[in-house]
Ligand binder design. Structure first.
Ligand code: AP5
Ligand code: MG
Length: 218
């Protein structure tokens, strides 16, 4: 099964993609995580992306499409993938259609996580993740079971993202409304769009996604 998770910054794409990866054996392809790894390794793409991410704007389409085109060919994607944060522009969506057609693959569903703008700053400012395994948490909504210890790997080191400040979040949200929202009618017209209520609690959103995917019939 090949999926896209679509939603504004802080909608819960990463949270639900991690859960789907664990429950359904799909690979999470987070373009944000890939770009942050590129920045950390100071690669050519990382040097292009760093100031753009910090400003909350979008990295050029050709860079993103080439990154996903290559990544989907890796063996771990053979059983299916969850695109988390890609596509984000109409040009990326059209390029993804071409890439998948060339590989004789297709999207089974695009899941829209609908969330009101008002809760996103709260979600993003409380977010932190494990510095070792990347598991995602929230100070209020998804704390670790034991204070200061990662549930998944036991690490005691955590980190926060440099673009998770109020100013940058506003720019990221504006980019979502201007450049990514047009993908909703694009995928609705193609009959693959499923909308879940991203305002619900994390477990409830997972249940809604399971129900939406259950209707795909295999
Ligand atoms: P990216 O890393 O994709 O960031 P984003 O889209 O802004 O989304 P986030 O990761 O902030 O939110 P999320 O939806 O994953 O939420 P999460 O699950 O963590 O991209 C970063 C940057 O990279 C972009 O700004 C851009 O510059 C660049 N980039 C990436 N892809 C690109 C592309 N394709 N083209 C161009 N540029 C690109 O949840 C948030 C918090 O809320 C967590 O703490 C979580 O625990 C909590 N939470 C989750 N669900 C719930 C819930 N239901 N109730 C309460 N709390 C919840
Ligand atoms: Mg994310």
């Amino acid at each position: 099964m090949n999926l896209v998770l679509l939603g504004p910054p802080g909608a819960g794409k990463g949270t639900q993609a991690q859960r789907l990866a664990e429950s359904d054996g799909l690979v999470q392809l987070s373009t944000g995580d890939m770009l942050r790894a590129a920045v950390a390794s100071d690669s050519e793409i990382g040097r292009i992306a760093k100031p753009i991410i910090e400003a909350g704007r979008l990295v050029p389409d050709d860079v993103m499409v080439a990154m996903i085109d290559r990544r989907i060919d890796e063996p771990d994607c053979a059983n299916g993938f969850i695109l988390d944060g890609f596509p984000r522009t109409l040009a990326q969506a059209e390029a993804l259609d071409d890439v998948l057609r060339r590989k004789s693959r297709r999207l089974d569903a695009v899941i829209e996580m609908a969330v009101d703008d008002g809760v996103l700053v709260e979600r993003i400012s409380g977010r932190f993740s494990c510095a070792n395994c990347g598991a995602g948490y929230h100070r209020q909504f998804r704390p670790t079971a034991e204070e200061g210890v990662c549930d998944r790997c036991g690490s005691t080191e955590f980190k926060q993202r440099p673009d998770d400040n109020e100013e940058t979040v506003k720019t990221r949200l504006a980019a979502y409304h201007a450049q990514t929202e047009p993908l909703l009618p694009y995928y609705r017209d193609r009959g693959v769009l499923k909308t879940v209520n991203g305002m619900a609690a994390i477990d409830e959103v997972t249940a809604q996604i399971d129900t939406a995917l259950g209707t795909l019939g295999g």
